[in-house]
Design a protein around this ligand. Structure first.
Ligand SMILES: Nc1ncnc2c1ncn2[C@@H]1O[C@H](COP(=O)(O)OP(=O)(O)O)[C@@H](O)[C@H]1O
Ligand SMILES: [Mg+2]
Length: 409
């Protein structure tokens, strides 16, 4: 019997459109001898849809097509199965059963543990990082604090909340002034280069913070790596085993990589707001960015990056296939880890292909790791015999509850 894989994509995220592209790329390459693909699209309004038409990128140009010809569903647990059930109609019927969920989503509300939490609450096996690793993988402050305790090399940074800045901006500036200018200010959890600025002095810093605060309640400020070379590597595995892909160098004409560099590639497609997605010319997503692959690195630095990447993946407890981004100071030849992308654009398939691994095999490995994670998770004890509720009930009904509550006071 084929495994039924529910590929979940979209969602309420600024990277909604990019996720559609990544998911369609992946569905086109999934081994259909082995897996039955069930596309599950979450709209920006949090409605879930299923139907084969969702595998065609053109339908996303016109939401009415989706609304009229695919099925609005909910995913839940029913009689021992995970089902997609239609929301409309008198007789709510099961549209599909699925065996494993494969989140191919980017950004806040989906990649950051939120979707994973829902999947784990209903109990369905899923591919990729669990809730904790997903949260840490999206929040640059949590991520860096974990990596710091694992002794991984990073640029100096500080982080604070918007409320700290509102209440005592001077104290925050003082804290930031422990760093060396120029610094880079980032919203801690948004990603996609949104709200980021490089600041040369305190005046610019204030502007940068004002900008970042519009996007996030948590702000991170880091020392800038000058003479920068950016290199990325993918890591596949879980906390037990990790392997690395080829390394790419990402090229940008800008001071730092922008949303356009990342997703629009040659700059042909326009990623507009609303429901528009990039034109065919740029629908390759992350795979179309300008890059040198493999990156031009000496053997030692290559090995150093591979080792740090595996350690970083393990420190967060990541799973599946993530991309880890590095900043290299070309003067000092120092390597700094910058961030992880738990579910990278295009699932970083091009980094694996450069090492001779087909995308189909990468997807297969990811699903198999997801199954292993599920087995491991469910083999752990999650409950133990307790008579605490019996204790509450022993006084009988509501009165008993009152008595028990009294004891807790
Ligand atoms: N410490 C730094 N020094 C120099 N450039 C940086 C630094 N941090 C980030 N950048 C630049 O900004 C870009 C976006 O920052 P990043 O931390 O990757 O955030 P995002 O989650 O938005 O991708 C990076 O790709 C890089 O070009
Ligand atoms: Mg980045």
């Amino acid at each position: 019997m084929k495994y039924r894989v529910g590929v979940i994509f979209g969602g309420e995220s600024v990277e909604h459109e990019v996720s559609i592209i990544t998911a369609i790329q992946a569905m086109n390459k999934m081994d259909e001898e082995k897996y039955e693909i069930v596309p599950i699209y979450i709209t920006k309004n949090r409605e879930w849809y299923t139907g084969d038409m969702l595998r065609d990128i053109d339908v996303y140009q016109d939401f009415n097509l989706i609304k009229n010809y695919s099925t609005n569903v909910v995913l839940y647990y029913k009689n021992g199965s995970y089902v997609l059930q239609s929301k409309k109609g008198l007789f709510k019927k099961t549209i599909k059963e699925i065996d494993i969920a494969f989140p191919i989503v980017h950004g806040t509300n989906v990649e950051d543990g939120v979707l994973q939490g829902y999947l784990q609450t209903i109990g369905i096996p899923y591919v990729g990082s669990n809730v904790y690793a997903s949260v840490a993988g999206q929040d640059k402050a949590i991520m860096k604090d974990i990596w710091k305790s694992a002794n991984l090399p990073m640029t100096k940074y500080v982080w604070f909340y918007d409320v700290d800045y509102r209440e005592d901006s001077e104290a925050v500036i003082k804290k930031v002034n422990k760093l060396k200018y120029p610094v880079i200010v980032k919203p801690a959890t948004t990603g996609s280069s949104v709200g980021i600025s490089v600041c040369e002095n305190n005046e610019k810093l204030k502007e940068g913070i004002d900008e970042a605060i519009q996007y996030d309640s948590k702000i991170i400020v880091e020392e800038v790596v000058e003479n920068l070379k950016e290199v990325n590597i993918a890591v596949m595995g879980n906390y037990e085993h990790q392997k690395t892909s080829e390394i790419e160098e990402v090229l940008s004409g800008n001071k730092f990589l922008t949303y356009n560099d990342k997703y629009i590639g040659g700059g042909k497609g326009k990623l507009k707001g609303g429901f528009k997605i990039p034109t065919k010319a740029s629908s390759k997503g992350m795979a179309s960015a300008n890059r040198k692959l493999p990156a031009d690195l000496d053997k030692e630095m290559k090995e150093e990056i591979e080792t740090i990447a595996k350690d970083a993946f393990k420190a967060l407890g990541s799973s599946g296939n993530s991309r880890i981004d590095f900043l290299v100071d070309q003067d000092s030849q120092k390597v700094y880890i910058n961030e992880i992308n738990s579910i990278p654009g295009s699932l970083a398939f091009y980094l694996w292909e450069a090492k001779g691994e087909e995308f189909t095999k990468v997807l297969d490995d990811m699903i198999q790791i997801g199954i292993k994670d599920y087995k491991k998770r469910t083999s752990k004890t999650h409950s133990f015999e307790t008579n605490i509720l019996a204790g509450f009930a022993s006084h009988g009904g509501i009165k008993g509850m009152k008595g028990a509550k009294g004891k807790l006071r």
